[in-house]
Design a binder for this molecule. Structure first.
Ligand code: UD1
Length: 360
């Protein structure tokens, strides 16, 4: 059996690592790793491969950035060409980035079975590019590996046959558990002048938050207010940095520190030891719930509602007053606690590979 894995963008890397590791346990499964090149900066891609122990990709399609149509189309073109020479038995895609749907579509049109890891998550907000990627990838997948009960319900409601859906848990949490077991200086502050629990961590890169200057400036106003009470460390995505320059958004508050994007382990050390996290990312909502760290999500919706009902997550939207109010509550000691999830046991990837192997 030959499994072709696809990765493209930063959040994919931590998801593929445990799957590839689980495949090594099967002598008769051959695996090939394709990197579309959607993310290409050293600190958006290469450093994750090194830290997470992912092998060098067998091929890098070198697609790079572009408008959605341009990027998705280019990935499809190059991936199709690649498959002409190396036609695997199953194509495995993860998450919800443009590389996921692009390669999924190519696999489907070439009649190669498609496996989607992290299937069934829905924000019900079709203006998010990721929501479209999720919906379409799930509609054409043969194996849908879901991280939570709610995801199964979403897929059933969309008419996906039940026998294609497998509730396996979360591969992102597999990686978190694996890395925490191996990271020696987990409790050591990432920056010398930071004390654990005396700072907040911020990530912000969603187009809806950073591409509209009015929204972006409103969020920054709230963050500057919060920074009067607590330090904020902000590893900024390249898209966000570009927009800050373009909209002339800057801060001279010493408590507000902007850094380059961090590697997986550095970022884990940073947020694990923080007082709370402000984010518009998907995975961080889950990771903070797993670690019982308060999380304020700067979005109006989430594809991971279980982090709200059972975890530490609160949706604060983009209203500056609400962002400040909820931050102050956390600083005053008013915070949510996570109840824990049975399938977050570090074994989701093992379950996925077993199902693929036995079904082949
Ligand atoms: C992509 C994903 C998003 C994910 C995010 C994580 C899609 C639709 N979106 O968004 O779901 O949360 O990755 O990081 O796939 N850039 C660089 N260097 C890089 C990569 C990007 O400078 O290595 C800059 C470029 O200016 C580019 C912009 O970031 O135009 C956006 O990159 P792109 O891959 O289109 O989407 P992301 O915003 O990174």
């Amino acid at each position: 059996m030959k499994l072709i894995h696809v990765v493209g963008a930063r959040p994919n890397f931590a998801k593929i690592a445990p799957i590839m590791r689980a495949v090594y346990e099967y002598k008769t499964i051959e695996q090939v790793l394709v990197h579309t090149g959607q993310h290409y900066d050293e600190n958006m891609s290469k450093c994750f491969f090194e830290e997470l122990g992912i092998p060098e990709p067998d091929v890098n399609l070198g697609v790079g950035s572009g408008l959605h149509g341009e990027q998705t189309g280019e990935i499809m073109k190059r991936f199709e060409q690649f498959l002409m020479n190396d036609h695997g038995d199953i194509i495995l895609v993860v998450g919800d980035v443009n590389s996921t749907i692009a390669c999924g579509l190519v696999a489907c049109k070439l009649h190669i079975p498609l496996a989607h890891v992290e299937a069934g998550l829905r924000s019900f907000d079709r203006r998010m590019p990721e929501e479209i990627n999720r919906l379409l990838t799930d509609a054409i997948s043969d194996y849908l590996f879901t991280p939570a009960e709610e995801a199964n319900e979403n897929l059933i409601n969309e008419g996906i046959p039940e026998e294609k859906i497998y509730l396996v848990g979360d591969v992102m949490i597999d990686t978190l558990i694996w890395e925490m077991e191996r990271l020696e200086d987990l409790d050591k502050p990432l920056f010398k002048d930071l004390n654990n629990k005396e700072y907040a961590v911020l990530t912000l890169h969603r187009p809806s938050n950073v591409d509209d200057p009015r929204v972006f400036k409103g969020i920054m106003k709230a963050l500057n207010t919060i920074a009067e009470d607590i330090k904020i460390i902000f590893p900024a995505h390249p898209r966000t940095k570009k927009r800050m320059k373009e909209f002339q958004i800057y801060t001279d508050n010493d408590n507000f520190r902007i850094t380059d994007p961090l590697s997986y382990r550095d970022f884990l050390r940073l947020y694990r030891n923080s007082r709370f996290v402000l984010t518009d990312s998907g995975s961080i909502q889950q990771e903070t719930t797993y670690l019982n760290i308060p999380c304020l999500t700067i979005r109006g919706n989430t594809e991971r509602p279980f982090t709200i009902s059972k975890g530490t997550n609160i949706l604060v939207g983009v209203d500056p007053e609400k962002i400040v109010r909820e931050s102050k509550k956390i600083l005053a000691g008013e915070e949510k606690k996570s109840v824990g999830f049975t399938l977050w046991d570090g074994k989701a990837a093992e379950r996925i590979v077993k199902i693929l192997y036995e079904g082949f």
